[in-house]
Ligand binder design. Structure first.
Ligand code: ZN
Length: 710
C-alpha cells in the first residue's frame, strides 16, 4: 500500500463536507490530452470548484519546471502556500538524491477518504489536513514518491521499506530543516519493540500489520537510513544516494542493488548494517539512556522528552478526582509510566477529599516480563484504592462518611498472537480483591432520654472485611466484520463459587454501525450445599437480572458517582454486568430477578437509521439506539412458582461522549416491573425509571486498560 499511513489526528469538522455549490457545466465538450514520458503509473483528478495556483520552479541545474496546486475553497486557508511547499520539496529532493526529471509537478486536494495522500508520477492527491505544517509534510512525502517508487521504481509490495521507508527518511530531513525534530514516532516504534510485537523492516506489505507498516516500514527504515548517514558522514552518504539515482533511475532496483552501492563505502561492515533489515528490535543507534524528570507544570520537560527521550523518567503532576462523598479531591501523581514502557512500572495518586476531609487515592505496582514464547507478556501487579463510599446525617445533623480500602494482587498472562496480522487476542488473569469497607451500625443510645426513640440512634462504624478471588479468561476477535469477545470468569468468596460467561457479538449493518448482542450466563454453587441462611448471607454476591448498582459492585471495579444511594440521580447509575437489564427494582428485597442459583440473559442494542430517528430533526446529532433484554432464572421454574419465567425490558438508549455515558429510557417491560413502577416509585416516576452507566474504558484488551484497572 503506497498510501501514507501516519496516524494523523484529524481535528473535528475537517472530515465534514461543507456543501459548496458546483459551478454550472459548459454545454460544449472539451478534449484534453496528456502526454508524459518515463512514468509507470497515471492518475487524473477533476473538481469544478478547484482554485488553481501555479508558479515556475528553478531546479539546481537551472532547468525551470511548472508547479500547480488545486484545492477547494474549504481548504483555501491551509493551502494558501501549497505551491511554495511543493517547490521547497522538489528542490530539496533534487539536491539530496538527483534532479527531478519531469517538466511539471501537481498537488491536488482530494476528499478525506484518502486519509493522508496518494502518490502518482508528477501528480499527488492529498486529503484535507488540519494545519499548513501538516500539509507541508504530506506534500513533501507524496512528491518524494516521484523518486522512491516513481523514478527508482522498486517493488512496493515486496519491499515497502525501499519506497516508503527511504522516502520517510527524506521527509524527516525536510521537516527537520524547516521545523526541528521530534522523536514521537521512535517512541511508538520502541513501544512495539518492547512489547515484542514489532516486525523486521524487510517484510512484505502482505506480512505487515497496520501498526508495523507505519512503525517499521516507514519509521524504522528512516532511522536505519539515518544510522547509515551518521556512519558514512553526510557528504559520502549523499554521494552514494546520487550514485544510486544515476545507476537505477527509470529501472527497478532490488535490496541487493542498494546494498552494493553502500558496500563500496561500508566495506566489511556492510553485512552487519544490512542484516539489521531482517531483525526485530530497537536499532543500536536508538537505545535509550539516562533519566529525566517530566512534569506538565513545565511543558518544556515534555517537549524535551519527545526530542531526546530517556530510558527512565519520573512523572510528577497535580491530580484530581470527584465523587459524591469525597466531593472534589485534590492531590498529586507520581509515576514512571511512559512510552516505551519499562519492565517495572508504578503509579501513585494520593489525594485529599475536600468533602470527606479524608485521604483517598489509587496506586499500582506492575512488573512485566516479555517473551517470544506462547505467553508474550506476564504482568505481576499489586493495585490499591481508597475512597469514601457512603454518608449518613443523623438527627442531630452530624455527618458520617464511610470509606473502603482495597488491595488487589494479581497475575496476568497475555498470549502471543498467531501472526502479526491476527485480530485475536487472549489473556488469562487471576486477581484477589482484599476488601475492607466501613458499614454503618445503627443502635439505640440509651443515655439520651426524653426524646423519641428514633432520635436516640447511636451510629457506629464497623469494619467489613472480605476477599474475592477471581480467575478470568478473555478471548477477543477485533476483526472489522462481526467482532466478538468471550469472557469466562470464576469468583470465589468464602463458601460461594460463581462461574459466569459473557459473550459480546457485533453484527455490522451494511452501511454503518450495527447490532450488539450480549449473552450472559451464570451459576452459583456453595461448598456443602445451599440453604436459606447462606442465601441471605451471600445476597450481595448473588446474580442479578438488572445490571448491578454501586452496592452490588462488591469488587469496587466500576466508578460510581454515589455508590450507596436509594434516591436521587446517583441511585440511577448501574454497571454493565450480570443480566444487564436496565430496569432497577432496588427498593425491593430481593430485587426482581435476583437469584443465588442460575441466570441467563440476552441483551440487544442497535443503532437506528437516521430516517427513523425522531431526534434527527434536532440541529445537533443525538446518538440514539434501541435496546431490548430478555432473561430467565432458576426460581420461576420451581413447581409452585407463579412468577414470570421470562423477564424482558426494552427502550431507548442515548450513547453520548463516545459511549462514555449511556442513558437507558425504559418503555416496555413485564407486568412485574410495571407494578414496581406504580407501587414503589414516587413521582416523577418516569424520570426515576431511567438508568445510566459510565464507562471509563470499554476496550478490555488494550494495554491502556491494564493501566486503568485498580
Ligand atoms: Zn508514502
Amino acid at each position: 500500500m503506497p498510501t501514507k499511513k501516519t496516524k494523523r489526528k484529524t481535528k473535528r469538522g475537517i472530515g465534514k463536507t461543507v456543501k459548496q455549490p458546483f459551478p454550472p457545466s459548459s454545454t460544449e465538450t472539451k478534449t484534453l490530452q496528456y502526454r508524459q514520458d518515463s512514468v509507470h503509473d497515471f492518475a487524473w483528478f477533476a473538481d469544478k470548484r478547484f482554485i488553481v495556483n501555479t508558479d515556475s520552479c528553478r531546479l539546481p541545474s537551472g532547468a525551470v519546471i511548472n508547479v500547480y496546486s488545486f484545492y477547494t475553497p474549504q481548504q483555501a486557508a491551509t493551502w494558501k502556500n501549497s505551491v511554495q511547499y511543493a517547490k521547497d520539496a522538489l528542490r530539496f529532493y533534487s539536491n539530496e538524491i538527483g534532479e527531478y526529471p519531469y517538466s511539471t509537478a501537481s498537488v491536488v486536494q482530494g476528499p478525506q477518504s484518502f486519509g493522508g495522500g496518494m502518490e502518482y508520477p508528477t501528480i499527488t492527491v492529498i486529503a484535507p489536513t488540519p494545519t499548513p505544517k501538516d500539509l507541508d509534510q504530506v506534500i513533501a512525502h507524496e512528491l518524494g514518491h516521484n523518486w522512491f517508487y516513481g523514478i527508482l521504481a522498486s517493488n512496493e509490495r515486496d519491499h515497502p521499506w525501499m519506497d516508503e521507508g527511504i522516502n520517510t527518511f527524506y521527509e524527516y530531513k525536510y521537516m527537520q530543516s524547516k521545523y526541528g525534530t521530534t522523536k514521537a514516532n521512535e517512541l511508538l516504534f520502541q513501544t512495539t519493540a518492547v512489547r515484542r510485537i514489532d516486525q523486521p523492516i524487510e517484510s512484505t506489505s502482505e506480512e505487515f500489520n497496520e501498526i508495523n507498516y507505519a512503525a517499521s516500514a516507514y519509521h524504522k527504515t528512516a532511522e536505519w537510513m539515518r544510522m547509515l548517514e551518521t556512519q558514512l558522514g553526510t557528504n559520502v552518504f549523499r554521494n552514494q544516494m546520487h550514485q544510486y539515482f544515476a545507476q537505477w533511475k527509470f529501472k527497478h532496483p532490488q535490496p541487493q542493488d542498494i546494498k552494493l552501492i553502500f558496500q563500496a563505502e561500508l566495506g566489511a561492515k556492510s553485512d552487519e548494517v544490512f542484516s539489521l533489515l531482517y531483525t526485530k528490535g530497537v536499532l543500536p543507534n536508538n537505545q535509550l539512556k539516562g533519566f529525566k524528570l517530566v512534569t506538565p507544570l513545565k511543558p518544556a520537560s515534555i517537549k524535551s522528552y519527545l526530542q531526546n527521550p530517556t530510558k527512565n523518567i519520573l512523572l510528577l503532576s497535580p491530580a484530581g478526582g470527584i465523587n459524591g462523598y469525597d466531593k472534589l479531591m485534590i492531590g498529586g501523581l507520581i509515576s514512571n509510566y511512559k512510552l516505551p514502557p519499562n519492565n517495572f512500572q508504578f503509579i501513585a495518586i494520593p489525594m485529599y477529599g475536600t468533602g470527606s476531609k479524608k485521604f483517598t487515592g489509587i496506586g499500582k505496582l506492575n512488573y512485566t516480563h516479555m517473551s517470544d514464547g506462547a505467553i508474550r507478556k506476564t504482568d505481576i501487579f499489586l493495585n490499591a484504592a481508597r475512597f469514601s463510599m457512603n454518608d449518613f446525617i443523623d438527627s442531630f445533623g452530624n455527618k458520617y462518611i464511610t470509606t473502603f480500602n482495597k488491595i488487589v494482587p494479581g497475575i496476568k498472562f497475555t498470549f502471543k498472537q498467531k501472526t502479526p496480522r491476527s485480530s485475536v487476542r487472549k489473556y488469562i488473569q487471576w486477581k484477589s480483591f482484599i476488601m475492607s469497607e466501613d458499614n454503618f451500625h445503627f443502635g439505640s443510645d440509651t443515655s439520651i432520654t426524653g426524646v423519641d426513640t428514633s432520635v436516640r440512634q447511636k451510629i457506629s462504624i464497623v469494619k467489613n472485611n472480605y476477599q474475592v478471588n477471581q480467575l478470568q479468561f478473555v478471548y477477543q476477535n477485533t476483526r472489522a466484520l462481526y467482532p466478538f469477545q468471550y469472557q469466562f470468569s470464576i469468583e470465589q468468596i468464602n463458601e460461594l463459587v460463581k462461574p459466569t460467561l459473557t459473550i459480546n457479538y457485533f453484527f455490522n449493518y451494511p452501511k454503518s454501525e450495527g447490532l450488539n448482542v450480549r449473552l450472559f450466563a451464570g451459576k452459583i454453587f456453595y461448598a456443602n450445599g445451599r440453604n436459606e441462611i447462606k442465601s441471605f448471607e451471600y445476597d450481595r454476591y448473588a446474580l442479578g437480572m438488572t445490571a448491578p448498582n454501586g452496592y452490588e459492585d462488591y469488587t469496587y471495579t466500576h466508578y460510581f458517582l454515589r455508590r450507596n444511594e436509594f434516591e436521587g440521580a446517583g441511585s440511577q447509575q448501574i454497571a454493565m454486568r450480570d443480566g444487564g437489564f436496565k430496569f432497577r427494582t432496588d427498593l425491593l428485597s430481593p430485587e426482581v430477578g435476583k437469584t443465588d442459583n442460575w441466570l441467563i440473559a440476552l441483551n440487544f442494542s442497535s443503532s437506528i437509521s437516521e430516517k427513523i430517528n425522531p431526534l434527527s430533526i434536532l440541529p445537533f446529532e443525538v446518538p440514539l439506539k434501541v435496546y431490548a433484554d430478555i432473561g430467565t432464572y432458576a426460581e420461576p421454574w420451581d413447581k409452585n412458582s407463579t412468577e414470570d419465567r421470562f423477564l424482558f425490558d426494552a427502550g431507548l438508549q442515548l450513547s453520548v461522549l463516545k459511549e462514555f455515558v449511556n442513558i437507558y429510557i425504559p418503555l416496555i417491560h413485564n407486568k412485574i416491573y410495571k407494578e414496581y413502577y406504580n407501587s414503589y416509585l414516587t413521582k416523577p416516576r418516569f424520570w426515576k425509571s431511567i438508568s445510566f452507566t459510565l464507562n471509563f474504558y470499554n476496550k478490555p484488551l488494550s494495554d491502556l486498560n491494564n493501566l486503568l484497572e485498580f
